[in-house]
Design a protein around this ligand. Structure first.
Ligand code: CUA
Length: 326
C-alpha cells in the first residue's frame, strides 16, 4: 500500500506543464530519452549490487575464496564502471552538438534578461513599430515546429532559464550572453522557472510559455507590436489618470502613452497575459489590486514599493485600466 502511494505520488510529480519527462520540444525529447536510458541502467546496476550484498551476507568465505573476491573487486569496482561510463559518454556525446548548434537564419530570436525577480522578454525579429524590439514580460509565446533562439543574460545576479517541457537549462550571467536553441513540437501552455538560487523570491520567479500554431503566433506578435489601446470607458480613464498621477510611468512603459519607464516590466499589453508578477498571481482585477497596493507582501524583496497613498477606488480603477491593456 505504502509502495503504491509512493509510486503514484512520484508519477504525479512527473506530469504537468513543467515536466522534463513529458517533452514538448526537440531538446527535451533528447534529454528525456537519455534520462530513461540512465534510469534503466541504474536500476540494473542497483539490482546487481543488492544481489551481491545479499550474497556476501549469506555466503561463508574461507581463505580459498580470496582470489575470487579480489577478481570481483577489480571487475566490479574498476572494469565495470569504466565500461558503463564509456557507453554513457558515447551515447550522450552526439546530443551536445545538437543542443548547442546555432539556430537557422529564419529562427525566432528572443532576448530574455533575468531580473530580481522577473523576466524582461524582447522579440528581436520583426522589430516593433518604433524599430526597437517588441518588449513584454514574464510570458513567452512560441510557434510550434519553428526554431527559436534565446539570447540570455542577467541585469543583476545569476539566474538560470529553464523550460523543462521544451529543453535544457542555461545559466544567465551579468555582462555575458548565453544562447539556447529550442524547437517546440506540441501546442500547449507550459511553465518556465528560474533554476538558480538568486535571493528572497527565487521561488516566485517563473513565467508562462504558450506554444501556438504558427499563424496564431504571427497574429499575436502583430498584436504585441501595436501601441496600447486607449481607455475603453470612464473607469479605465480614471485608472489611467491615477496611474500617471501615482508616478507608475517612472518605472513602467505603456507604449502609446507618455511613459518610458524602463526599470519595471513593460505594461503595454499586460491585460492579455496569463499571470501577474512572474506567475506569482493570476491575472485578475483583485490580484492586480493586491499587487499594486503591496507588492512586497506577495513577493518579498520586490522592487515595487507599496502604494499606501492610493484609495480603494483608485486601485480598482488602475486595475481596470491595466486589465484593458490587451
Ligand atoms: Cu532568478 Cu532564481
Amino acid at each position: 500500500m505504502g509502495l503504491c502511494l509512493t509510486l503514484v505520488t512520484l508519477a504525479a510529480g512527473c506530469a504537468g506543464p513543467q515536466s522534463a519527462l513529458q517533452p514538448a520540444g526537440r531538446g527535451a525529447e533528447s534529454i528525456a530519452q537519455l534520462f530513461w536510458w540512465m534510469l534503466a541502467g541504474a536500476t540494473v546496476i542497483w539490482l546487481i549490487m543488492i544481489g551481491l550484498a545479499i550474497y556476501s551476507v549469506r555466503a561463508h568465505f574461507g581463505r580459498e575464496r580470496h582470489g575470487r573476491v579480489q577478481l570481483l573487486i577489480i571487475g566490479g569496482g574498476t572494469a565495470f564502471p569504466t565500461v558503463i561510463l564509456t557507453v554513457l559518454l558515447v551515447f550522450s556525446m552526439p546530443m551536445i552538438p545538437e543542443l548547442l548548434a546555432p539556430a537557422s537564419a529564419d529562427a525566432v530570436r528572443i532576448e530574455v534578461r533575468g531580473k530580481m525577480w522577473w523576466w524582461r522578454v524582447r522579440y528581436l525579429n520583426p522589430p516593433g513599430q518604433d524599430g526597437s524590439p517588441i518588449e513584454l514580460a514574464n510570458e513567452i509565446r512560441l510557434p510550434v515546429g519553428r526554431e527559436v533562439e534565446f539570447e540570455l543574460a542577467s541585469d543583476d545576479v545569476l539566474h538560470a532559464f529553464w523550460i523543462p517541457s521544451l529543453g535544457g537549462k542555461v545559466d544567465m550571467f551579468p555582462g555575458r550572453m548565453t544562447r539556447l536553441r529550442l524547437e517546440p513540437t506540441k501546442v500547449g501552455v507550459y511553465r518556465g522557472a528560474c533554476a538558480e538560487y538568486c535571493g528572497d523570491s527565487h521561488a516566485l520567479m517563473n513565467f508562462d510559455v504558450v506554444v501556438m500554431p504558427p499563424e496564431e503566433f504571427d497574429r499575436w506578435l502583430q498584436g504585441q507590436r501595436v501601441d496600447a489601446a486607449p481607455p475603453a470607458g470612464p473607469v479605465e480613464s480614471l485608472g489611467q489618470e491615477a496611474f500617471l498621477r501615482a508616478g507608475c510611468q517612472a518605472c513602467h512603459a505603456v507604449r502609446g502613452v507618455e511613459t518610458r519607464g524602463a526599470v519595471g516590466p513593460d505594461l503595454t499589453h499586460v491585460g492579455g497575459r496569463l499571470s501577474l508578477a512572474a506567475a506569482a498571481l493570476p491575472n485578475e482585477p483583485d490580484a492586480l489590486v493586491r499587487w499594486i497596493a503591496d507588492a512586497p507582501s506577495v513577493k518579498p524583496g520586490a522592487r515595487m514599493p507599496p502604494f499606501e497613498t492610493l484609495s480603494d477606488d483608485e486601485l480598482a480603477a488602475i486595475a481596470a485600466y491595466l486589465k484593458g491593456l490587451r
